[in-house]
Design a protein around this ligand. Sequence first.
Ligand code: CAA
Ligand code: NAD
Length: 284
Amino acid sequence: MSVKYVTVIGAGQMGSGIAQVFAQSGFEVTLLDQQEAFVQKGLSSIQKKLGRQVEKGRSTQEEMDSILSRIMGTTDLKTAATKADLVVEAIIEQMEAKVSLFQQLDELCPAHTVLASNTSSLPITEIAAVTKRPEKVIGMHFMNPVPVMKLVEIIRGLATDQETYDLVEQLSRELGKHPVEVNDFPGFVSNRILMPMINEAIYTVYEGVATPEAVDDVMKLGMNHPMGPLTLADFIGLDTCLYIMETLHEGFGDSKYRPCPLLRKYVKAGWLGRKSGRGFYVYK
Ligand code: CAA
Ligand code: NAD
């Protein structure tokens, strides 16, 4: 099967990045969100990132225009689903929302369409089970920021077939990414390892061991991490971090994954990190 039309659902920080990298590699992309304002926000963030590449002399205005001409924004799920060869879902990290969307996609998409989820931690098998095509459902987990990070973690659900796996692996390579195969367990590999570190960093602040700045300095200057864990948590989104910890906690039933109460408190306050203007740090 060959893929020409890709529909990306969710025009937030991940969805817009995923739409950008597919369009850069020559695919025709439809970027969908629930409201026109969110679609426009996603499109303008792509435009800004491509504009910076032109300013730096790394790409031309013609290349930028050509990439943008391959991305169409919409709020109409039916149209976006009907023409897709591949759907990549990048909506909120909550099972009810994903399941409801995958049920609709299964109804609306042609029989050949592969349904991929960019979920950070939720079981692909459970998402696939609400469709009549579980063999065509797969995890295609990009890292943030999508245009920069090389990894795509590919997650096989219990029923994912080899043809679907091979297709998504091949597409990841066409995007210039490095695919890594993992099986379907809570948090996969990336967030099973990363998120407990971030959660532990939040506990060190919660318990008064050190300030956020000190924790980040320790990890940046002492361990050579490009961002400290609290800067990274703000960058990922504290809501997403909390949902991932909840999935690990529930999925393994082990108290070592208990989300830090401070993380919960910040999310309840609407302090979601960079995207809301405040998290462990304040953003203008
Ligand atoms: N979107 C697109 N491109 C971006 C970007 C963004 N948000 N932020 C930075 N870049 C680009 C810059 O344009 C620049 O590109 P050029 O070299 O072509 O000019 C390049 O990245 C380097 O940027 P900077 O020099 O401004 O900054 P930096 O050297 O500090 O790098 C970073 C920025 C790449 C984000 C780096 O800090 C980093 O690697 N941070 C850690 C990111 C990380 O761990 N990501 C994984 C998060 S976990 C995840 O994604 C999984 C999940 O499920 C939660
Ligand atoms: P975000 O909050 O930036 O964007 C989510 C977007 O989805 C919003 O624009 C929202 O309006 C839209 N949306 C919500 N429900 C929708 C629906 N039913 N239909 C259409 N659009 C809908 O979130 P994000 O950081 O882009 O994360 C999206 C997904 O990617 C999550 O599953 C997350 O776990 C995963 N992910 C996030 C990161 C990260 O670093 N933030 C990294 C890898 C994977």
